[in-house]
Design a protein around this ligand. Sequence first.
Ligand SMILES: Cc1ncc(COP(=O)(O)O)c(C=O)c1O
Length: 318
Amino acid sequence: VPIIDVSGSHGEPNPEAMALFRQCLRAVVESVSPAEPAAPHGVEILRTALAAQLDDVPDRIVVTCGIRAAVPVLAPLLPQLAVEVPSFEDIPALAGSLGCVVERVPWPTMTLDDSRAIWLTHPSRNPDGACLPPETAEGLSHRRRPAVVNEVYRWHSSAHLVPVTGNVVAVGSLAKVWGPAARLGWIRGDTVAELSKAALRISSPPPLVQHAWAAFIDRNGLDLLRRDAEAAAASCRRFSDLVGCDLLAAPRDGPSALLPLPGQLSADEALRRLARLGVKATAGRHFGVRYESLRLTFIGVSSSDAEIVAQACRALFT
Ligand SMILES: Cc1ncc(COP(=O)(O)O)c(C=O)c1O
């Protein structure tokens, strides 16, 4: 049986985007000196290209190697940190290893407590696709302590975005639209000018690579990636409609869905049963979920494959 992989292993970006990036790399190798250093905040034309895409201004953006690379840069601002649960578990692990005192806190509790910094993912949180209610998103700007918002799924969702003002800092990455090899991301907000230059130096890609991404974005490369992001979200919606939204953790949007399992069924047994039907998924526990559950993600998965996955998942409930 051919395997449908909804476990989160990112395939290659679409061929058109790959060809464009290769062209951009070749062009910058000829036009930019590999010995040219960049400012710690990033190559200016990339900051400008990103600003245009993110509806922001270059001075409020610094270039990083991605979401995880932002953690050591922001850690000094986050001595006491509430990290959302469930979530992408590398974040609390990294923050803890850098000396932040980390506690895992579910959303409504974390956003109501302003006694320490918070880290959350919006829109379309991994693993359950949850989005903040609009009034909570707006309210983050009034916090006294930093609120770090992971916007890695901004192109997979039509949900409102968090206004990045006051103590809100947004962190982003191309990891979910290009794949983990992109190693390109950003931090944006009012306070980026004050970030440690030394930390930025260890968290940013080489200038030549930054030039290549700037050329890619200027030549509308992100439009090609955005199309795939929208297709992933559409496949996830198809899955959700067929499996039944009442079975899923709600409310949700974007490429990922979390499926709580019926009483006696363990995640490991459910994964075995899905594997026999040609579906590869992941246990929710890898994202801090404390009940037996599966996380499915539809990046690179067609709508017709999403229908097969839904059928296989429904069979777990019979
Ligand atoms: C919510 C979330 N943010 C970020 C990442 C990774 O981003 P980066 O590779 O830019 O650190 C992941 C990875 O799988 C993720 O699930």
